[in-house]
Design a protein around this ligand. Structure first.
Ligand SMILES: Nc1nc2c(ncn2[C@@H]2O[C@H](COP(=O)(O)OP(=O)(O)OP(=O)(O)O)[C@@H](O)[C@H]2O)c(=O)[nH]1
Ligand SMILES: [Mg+2]
Length: 316
């Protein structure tokens, strides 16, 4: 069933593509085999397609920026897919609606495809779904794939495992350099953009970020080093967006040349993470089924069987 849907999806049927992504998001039966049969181009290496991860604090301007990038890529004749990864709770679904409105200007353009992912309730589900959806969009032939996610926890790590280049968008309001480091955003960033450069404090933040990225010594054992560029921009009127985009393309070019080994290493870690995500969510689903059988769940809840020995007995 899934195979035919996935075939149609990679052959240009946009409705099939949307449905295939829903199947992935729901971890539906047969999805794993269908994804495994895909032939993503980037298995060969970076660059085809360009997978750009965009992350940063809530409200930083990620979607506004993404919309600009879509317009620019279309003007250059490239097809673009956008995946908005939404790790928020089921009770705050407002952001995606706002995105829909913002992206409406691209509606009717068959060279643009926009979807959001939720995968709520699955352990590791979000990163699993993101990787699989990017493979599908890659196989479907998009030139640029943008993965947008709020940098509030694990989701940006998932983006890092799948993107060629990770752009971290900050604003003068999103906190200082120390907070950025504490949030782990320095570890995931290949390029920094300070958006809302029309607001007070943007220049200072740029300067401090510059200082921070130059302070960091190259990691031990790495003979090539990428120095994270920092650019200010105003996503609402487009100022500086092209310079940020050029910096992400420069990083991609670096990944294709001297940074190739580092790209391969990151991709390798991403693949290991995919494996662990799949195994852990499968195991959890199997354990849930086990709870429903033979009164195991009731017995554990009542304290008749202790959860440790039950888990040990089950995982054997
Ligand atoms: N002043 C100013 N406002 C901006 C700029 N870029 C975006 N905004 C505004 O900031 C608000 C949030 O923008 P979004 O693009 O939704 O931000 P986001 O990072 O996608 O937000 P979430 O997905 O909810 O995390 C909107 O009201 C934008 O119009 C900018 O450069 N300057
Ligand atoms: Mg957004």
């Amino acid at each position: 069933m899934c195979d035919r849907l996935f075939d149609a999806a990679v052959n240009g049927d946009r409705r099939a593509l949307a449905r295939a992504i829903s199947r992935i998001d729901d971890a539906a039966e047969g999805v794993l085999a269908a994804v495994a049969a895909l032939k993503p181009r980037r298995r060969q290496g970076p660059g085809a397609p360009f997978v750009l991860g965009i992350t940063g604090p809530p409200g930083a301007g990620k979607s506004t920026f993404t919309s600009r990038v879509v317009t620019m890529a279309r003007a250059a004749g490239e097809t673009v897919a956008v995946v908005a990864v939404d790790p928020s709770s089921p009770f705050s679904g407002g952001a995606i609606l706002g995105d829909r409105l913002r992206m409406e200007r691209h509606a009717g353009d068959s060279g643009v495809f926009i979807r959001s992912l939720s995968s709520r309730g699955h352990l590791g589900g979000l990163s699993r779904a993101t990787t699989q959806v990017v493979d599908l969009l890659d196989a479907a032939g998009f030139d640029v794939i943008i993965v947008e996610t709020v940098g509030v926890g694990q989701s940006e790590m998932a983006v890092m495992g799948v993107a060629d280049t990770v752009l971290v968008i900050l604003t003068p309001e999103s906190g200082d350099v120390v907070q950025t480091m504490k949030a782990g955003l320095l570890e995931v960033a290949d390029v920094f953009a300070v958006n809302k450069a029309d607001r007070v404090g943007a220049e200072g933040l740029c300067r401090n970020l510059e200082m921070m990225v130059h302070m960091g010594a190259p990691p031990a054992g790495e003979d090539v080093h990428w120095t994270i560029p920092v650019h200010g921009c105003i996503a609402t009127d487009g100022q500086g967006v092209d310079a940020v985009l050029d910096a992400t393309r420069a990083h991609l070019a670096w990944c294709q040349a001297e940074g190739r080994a580092r790209w391969e290493k990151r991709r390798g870690l991403g693949r290991i993470r995919s494996f662990l995500d799949i195994v852990s969510s499968d195991a959890r689903m199997a354990a849930r089924r086990a709870l429903e059988e033979n009164g195991l769940g009731e017995a554990i809840a009542a304290g008749d069987i202790n959860p440790y020995s039950a888990a040990k007995a089950w995982s054997r």
